[in-house]
Design a protein around this ligand. Structure first.
Ligand code: NAD
Length: 335
């Protein structure tokens, strides 16, 4: 039976994907209310969700950490939350190499705390938003949901640990959970430390597009709006206790991505610079099979990569105020 969300808690909702999920729900379903709950780390930009205030009392924001059990309990109760979508996480692989503990705190322990509080509150749906990186590096094949987890980075390991606890809560307590795993997202509002926005901004300033090592690492790319439509479908129609993969057939090496971005920015391939790979144990390729989501949820990615990439380039070119807001937010945080 389809789940009808009424009061949705979006943790990590000030980040890249969570903020757009909040906007998507508020715009497409006038019967629901959204509470964004976010710690506002360097990656959570209050400016990304400022416009949501236009939705009046259908939208609230609470600043908090998913590790704070008392606070999470309070928010779930006060806002009569029936649906939790957990996007909150530390997400940058490079940072996880230099300081992994905070990744365990948010992605693993934080998930556990959120699960405990959600179970106590009797939420009707808990969605864990996860990543294809938990399957680890794959030669040429694509991971189905049956694949074992084999994470290669501290980021992916902490995400995998969070996923396993979610599935254990289903097995042990029959808690109504769903895990989604998605490939590399691109699109507006992505913090400019990730491959595409970081380097796009560099080339627009006349600097080089930096690729790690030879740049032959392969990723599967999906537009953020296709991902969040998948999470929405999973929230309503997924079978409980199940994992659903979301990905596309768009597979490119980082060098190919660099070349495409340079072209869109009006630069030649000579702008591409190989730098020493800062990721020891760098996963070579991720591959994901999303036929289960297509069959069971009726989900399909809709945005073509050339169109999505060109729109993304234009968005970053014309949203200077958002980029400035990141700098002012970092100054306020003192990071
Ligand atoms: N970006 C991708 O390509 C991608 C792909 C697949 C899955 N995911 C998953 O989607 C989710 C969102 O990713 P994103 O790219 O939007 O990340 P992001 O880094 O842009 O945003 C993460 C948000 O979580 C918040 N946060 C971090 N720790 C928190 C805590 N302890 N309590 C409350 N809030 C906290 C941050 O302030 C930030 O707003 C993550 O769980 C990530 O693993 C991302």
């Amino acid at each position: 039976m389809e789940h009808i969300p009424r009061n949705v808690l979006i943790t990590g909702g000030a980040g890249f994907i969570g903020s757009q999920f909040a906007r998507h729900l508020l715009k497409t379903d006038s019967s629901l209310c959204v509470v964004v709950f976010d710690k506002l780390t360097y990656a959570g930009n209050p400016h990304s969700i400022k416009d949501l205030e236009l939705f009046g009392n259908r939208y609230s924001f609470v600043r908090g950490d998913i590790n704070d059990l008392m606070m999470v309990r309070d928010v779930l109760k006060q806002h009569k939350i029936d649906t939790v979508a957990n996007f909150a996480a530390e997400t940058h692989v490079d940072r996880s190499i230099h300081g992994s503990l905070v990744f365990t705190d948010s992605n693993d322990r934080g998930t556990h705390v959120l699960l405990m509080a959600s179970r106590e509150a009797g939420v009707a749906r808990y969605i864990q938003v996860s990543t294809d990186e938990v399957y680890g590096s794959l030669e040429s094949h694509n991971a189905t949901e049956e694949f074992p987890v084999h994470p290669g980075s501290p980021y992916a390991a902490a995400k995998a640990a969070g996923d396993l606890m979610v599935l254990a809560f289903y097995n042990t307590y029959k808690m109504p959970v769903v895990v989604t795993r998605c490939s590399n997202n691109y699109g507006p509002y992505q913090y400019p430390e990730k491959l595409i926005p970081r380097n796009l901004l560099r080339v627009l300033k006349g600097q080089t597009f930096q690729i790690y090592g030879h740049g032959r690492q392969i990723r599967n790319w999906i537009h953020v709006s296709d991902h969040l439509k998948g999470v929405d479908a999973a929230m309503r129609r997924a079978r409980l206790g199940e994992i659903y993969n979301f990905g596309t057939d768009v597979e490119y090496s980082n060098r190919q991505i660099a070349s495409m971005i340079c072209k869109l920015a009006g630069k030649a391939d000579s702008s591409i610079e190989e730098i020493p790979d800062p990721r020891p144990g760098h996963d070579f390729r991720y591959g994901i099979d999303s036929s289960k989501a297509q069959k069971e949820l009726g989900w399909k990615p809709q945005i073509s990569f050339p169109q999505g990439l060109s729109d993304t380039v234009n968005w970053y070119k014309s949203n200077q105020h958002w980029l400035e807001s990141i700098e002012s937010w970092k100054k306020e945080l003192g990071v």
